[in-house]
Ligand binder design. Structure first.
Ligand code: DC
Length: 220
């Protein structure tokens, strides 16, 4: 059967990874959370006390960083499972600054493109349909009402017993959306040929059904 690449982009906390994971499972494809890669770099820089302005130190850090995914999709930073740590607010509060550094982006994009060499891949992020896989057979741009997004993310953090207020989550989403869509290097934007799914009023199953239909139309 033909394998395709499915690119899913959109603002923070739109449910991209939930959709991407389910789609990958449905078609037996590999799922890659590109945001987790930027989060892992951020965690490394925070742990090393490296600031994004220190470009020499960032270059050195990039050489020392190895990012892989375990079979359960957990993110491995130099072999260590950092899945929990990369989701904490300390990382969320700095990741957009790190992801705006051109050198960081070059390194991540090149690794992401290698992951797609054999197709059969669902990747979610901000620049997947525009920069990483501009020729992806299916591009989805996910959106949802900002209040709904904040509420969903807040509930997810509560569920994981992570400490954050709804106010803080809302402010973080607004901050990241702003930086992600206004940065100079590959800002978040909808690819001309991406299909918009607004999931404000859709439940997970309805959203998945729509995406499966699109994927099948695209040849999956
Ligand atoms: O998807 P996420 O919220 O875990 O992503 C974390 C940050 O990484 C997000 O604020 C922007 C950045 N990012 C990016 O710049 N490009 C991507 N392809 C994925 C994420």
């Amino acid at each position: 059967m033909k394998k395709i690449i499915i690119a899913i982009d959109g603002y923070s906390s739109c449910g991209k990874s939930t959709l991407a994971k389910s789609l990958a499972a449905r078609f037996g494809y590999t799922y890659i959370d590109s945001g987790a890669m930027y989060r892992a770099v951020t965690l490394y820089l925070l742990n090393q006390g490296v600031k994004v302005e220190e470009s020499l130190s960032v270059s050195e850090a990039l050489k020392a960083i190895n990012i892989r995914f375990a079979p359960n999709n957990h993110t491995l930073l130099n072999g260590e499972d950092v899945e929990q740590e990369i989701r904490q607010m300390a990382v969320s509060n700095y990741v957009s600054e790190v992801a705006a550094v051109p050198e960081v982006r070059r390194a991540m994009v090149s690794q992401q493109q290698q992951m797609g060499a054999e197709k059969g891949l669902v990747m979610d992020g901000r620049d997947i349909g525009t920069v990483v896989f501009p020729k992806a057979e299916l591009k989805i741009f996910l959106t949802a009402d900002p209040d709904i997004r904040a509420k969903r993310r807040y509930e997810e953090l509560l569920h994981k017993r992570q400490d954050a207020s709804l106010q803080e989550v809302k402010a973080n989403l607004a901050h990241r959306d702003h930086i992600d869509s206004t940065r100079e290097d590959s800002p978040l934007r909808k690819a001309a040929d991406a299909i918009i799914i607004d999931n404000t009023l859709l439940n997970r199953e309805e959203q998945l059904e729509r995406a499966i239909f699109l994927a099948q139309q695209a040849g999956a």
